[in-house]
Design a protein around this ligand. Structure first.
Ligand SMILES: NC(=O)c1ccc[n+]([C@@H]2O[C@H](COP(=O)([O-])OP(=O)(O)OC[C@H]3O[C@@H](n4cnc5c(N)ncnc54)[C@H](OP(=O)(O)O)[C@@H]3O)[C@@H](O)[C@H]2O)c1
Length: 180
């Protein structure tokens, strides 16, 4: 089913632009509560670190770290209006220092690891202000999508059901953490 068919309000904006994120938050409406903000975009290739260029490294950081940073910053006003609110980063065990035992996809792994640090840093500040907004990183599993070139051993429905459950059950004490 296409998103339009659900009746959802769709706002087009450039995730990587400060002014475009600010405009999107205005169009959404700063008085309108936002219960969940989900960041799921990515670019993954190339695999080999020796084929990875400066442009690959910077692009991944822009798409997977800067984009979530800007959207979280500009949608914070609407998130605060929900009690509780949540920011969900779809991440991966590939971002884990301990889990990295294969040395591939350096630009993806570096940007995803930076995303975890970004979320933890924001989580500390949000908690310090006693705001009930939980920052959470979720791993969808090994699912067949464009990213994995349609390979993967986790059933999509199982993955989505698990993530919805984690989102519905999340509480502020989990904020800043990664749930596999
Ligand atoms: N698939 C897996 O096995 C797996 C495993 C662990 C984690 N994950 C995580 O799951 C999340 C979703 O990935 P997926 O597997 O569903 O991959 P996907 O089908 O390739 O989806 C990636 C999405 O990112 C969007 N995107 C890429 N560059 C963008 C940009 N500059 N600005 C805005 N959006 C951009 C793409 O948009 P377009 O469609 O317009 O290109 C696409 O909708 C990612 O965060 C990924 O790291 C996936």
């Amino acid at each position: 089913m296409r998103l339009e068919a659900t009746g959802a309000k769709i706002i087009d904006f450039d995730y990587l632009s400060e002014s475009s994120n600010a405009a999107a938050a205005q169009i959404y409406g700063e008085d309108i509560p936002l219960d969940v903000l989900i960041h799921c975009c990515l670019e993954v290739f190339p695999g080999s670190w020796e084929e990875t260029t400066a442009e690959h490294m910077v692009n991944k950081l822009r798409v997977m770290t800067l984009g979530p940073f800007l959207a979280t910053k500009y949608f914070l006003t609407s998130l605060k209006k929900c009690d509780p609110g949540e920011v969900i980063n779809i991440n991966s065990f590939w971002a884990s220092l301990a889990g990295n035992d294969f040395g591939e996809y350096i630009s993806y792994q570096t940007a995803k690891a930076a995303l975890n640090m970004e979320a933890l840093t924001i989580a500390h500040k949000i908690k310090a202000k006693n705001l009930d907004i939980t920052m959470l990183a979720l791993d969808p599993g090994d699912i067949p999508t464009k990213l994995s070139r349609w390979a993967g051993n986790t059933n999509m429905e199982h993955s989505v059901t698990g993530m919805v459950k984690a989102i519905e059950e999340a509480t502020i004490d989990l904020s800043g953490s990664y749930l596999p």
